[in-house]
Design a protein around this ligand. Structure first.
Ligand SMILES: *[C@@H]1O[C@H](CO)[C@@H](O)[C@H](O)[C@H]1NC(C)=O
Ligand SMILES: *[C@@H]1O[C@H](CO)[C@@H](O)[C@H](O)[C@H]1NC(C)=O
Ligand SMILES: *[C@@H]1O[C@H](CO)[C@@H](O)[C@H](O)[C@H]1NC(C)=O
Length: 442
């Protein structure tokens, strides 16, 4: 495997002399000449970075993992490019922040990764966009392989040619959501007998929680264009796992489902571990959607947050842990239970959700000007106090330096007045503005 990879990169070395393999990994350090070597045959996954960016540093070990794993299962090459040195390439690909992760194939195809930057999600993204939007399954056995991967995927069953309106719609939607989800198609009718109850073909399923859920074709309107818009809407709400980890980078996606977000708030440490009493609480919330899927699925998306900071910012208060937070995705209002969250039982939570749904639960937050201002105030004070807790010395410097500047400015204003009044005192200020200015200009 190693040799094959090196052999495939070697020509680039010889002809371009533009690449260097970074020491410990399969990540290729690229330069501005990258633009000259891209062609339709090679696929690249590239991290655009800047040496000073902390998020980029944090991504380094993950990036090495991504490179190793992708080399094993695909021919996608993994590289990184320093935008402070090779700014032309970064400008060409419209890189506006660091790190930016992009899949590039030839001159026309590029997809930007948006999501939580963990090894698994990045690899899945690369695998998805490197193939066609809909992957055809030929062996019925492959379905079992897919199921073993334990990730959400969509499956069309029926004749796969574009003359069938459902397939045409499915293909369009798959192209749109390709960076975000896996789409497969299968012509095999046996699938229906083996995996799900009788239904009419063609049809579309989503696989999650070890089960297939069928798209309700009766939802489709009469106009042919409706298929695509109804399917788009369905895919957009179904592409999440039943109980998904919500982070600041994917919360917008959840909000686009227009459902209530039911979030168990726990705290993950740096090793992504959650204390056992919080795990217990989180499982209790997860269990509710497992048991009452039929009742809640349509209007509630369940998930959990491992960073209390994010939850505090939504709730605009410091929540005790673990906690439960329900967010109305259309109005940005939120609900929190009145009982102590640790004492919540399965029944208490279902009653709480019911009261939210019949709009009798107390409502907080929202999008009014007052709330927005308060949110800004809360964000500022909480991030200042976080910084204080994290690094008191730095904070002192940060606060003291600006005040010194302020004093200096006040002082110079004051001096200026004195200057006007009495030219002889000029030297005391130690700031002969006129000459300085001219010297600099030259
Ligand atoms: C299906 O799409 C059509 C057209 O956008 C829309 O009018 C209709 O309400 C949709 N049906 C459902 C159930 O969402
Ligand atoms: C959010 O609140 C509005 C107004 O109270 C309500 O109409 C809507 O059904 C709520 N739920 C969601 C998921 O948007
Ligand atoms: C709303 O639901 C809660 C919980 O099930 C129930 O106690 C309450 O009576 C309901 N209120 C209305 C107005 O339906």
């Amino acid at each position: 495997m190693n040799t094959r990879f090196i052999l495939s990169v070697l020509p680039l070395f010889i002809f371009g002399g533009l690449l260097t393999l970074s020491d410990a990994s399969k990540v290729v350090e690229l330069s501005d000449r990258f633009i000259d070597i891209i062609n339709e045959e090679s696929s690249w996954l590239i991290m655009f970075y800047a040496p000073w960016c902390a998020h980029c540093k944090r991504l380094e070990p993950i990036w090495a993992h991504v490179a190793q794993n992708l080399a094993r299962v695909s021919s996608i090459r993994v590289g990184k490019l320093d935008c402070t040195v090779h700014s032309n390439t970064c400008r060409k690909f419209g890189v506006r922040m660091y790190p930016t992760i992009m899949f590039i194939k030839g001159t026309d195809i590029h997809f930007t990764f948006q999501g939580d930057r963990n090894t698994e999600d990045i690899i899945n993204f690369a695998l998805r966009v490197s193939g066609p939007p809909v992957l055809k399954i030929t062996k019925p056995k492959s379905i079992d392989e897919l199921r073993n991967k334990k990730q959400v995927f969509f499956l069309y069953v029926g004749p796969s040619d574009s003359t069938h309106p459902l397939y045409a719609g499915y293909h369009e939607v798959a192209a749109k959501f390709q960076p975000l989800s896996f789409f497969y198609s299968l012509t095999n009718h046996e699938f229906i007998q083996n995996h799900v109850a009788m239904t009419t073909l063609p049809t579309v399923f989503v696989y999650k929680e070890e089960m297939f859920f069928e798209f309700d074709k009766s939802l489709i309107g009469h106009h042919p264009d409706d298929i695509q818009s109804n399917l788009t809407q369905w895919v957009n709400t179904e592409r999440f796992e039943t109980f998904m980890k919500v982070t600041s980078s994917n919360i917008e996606d959840f909000l686009s489902t227009n459902k209530y977000l039911v979030l168990a708030i726990v705290e993950e440490n740096k090793l992504k571990q959650v204390p056992s009493h919080m795990i217990h609480f989180r499982s209790m919330i997860h269990n509710i959607i497992k048991v009452h899927r039929d009742k809640y699925h349509k209007h509630f998306q369940f998930g959990w947050i491992g960073s209390p900071d994010l939850a505090n910012r939504i709730a605009m208060q410091y929540l005790s842990l673990p906690h439960l937070l329900v967010l109305n995705s259309t109005t940005n209002h939120h609900h929190i239970p009145q009982d102590e969250p640790v004492q919540l039982t399965h029944e208490a939570v279902t009653m709480f959700l019911d009261s939210i749904f019949n709009q009798s639960a107390p409502v907080y937050g929202g999008n009014t000007v007052g709330t927005k201002l308060y949110r800004m105030y809360f964000d500022t004070t909480s991030s200042l106090s976080d910084m204080w807790r994290g690094n008191p010395v730095l904070m002192t410097v940060l606060l003291i330096v600006p005040s010194m500047f302020l004093l200096l400015i006040l002082y110079s204003i004051c001096c200026g007045n004195i200057l006007d009044a009495d030219e002889e005192e000029e030297d005391d200020c130690g700031y002969s503005t006129d000459t300085d200015y001219h010297e600099k200009k030259e």
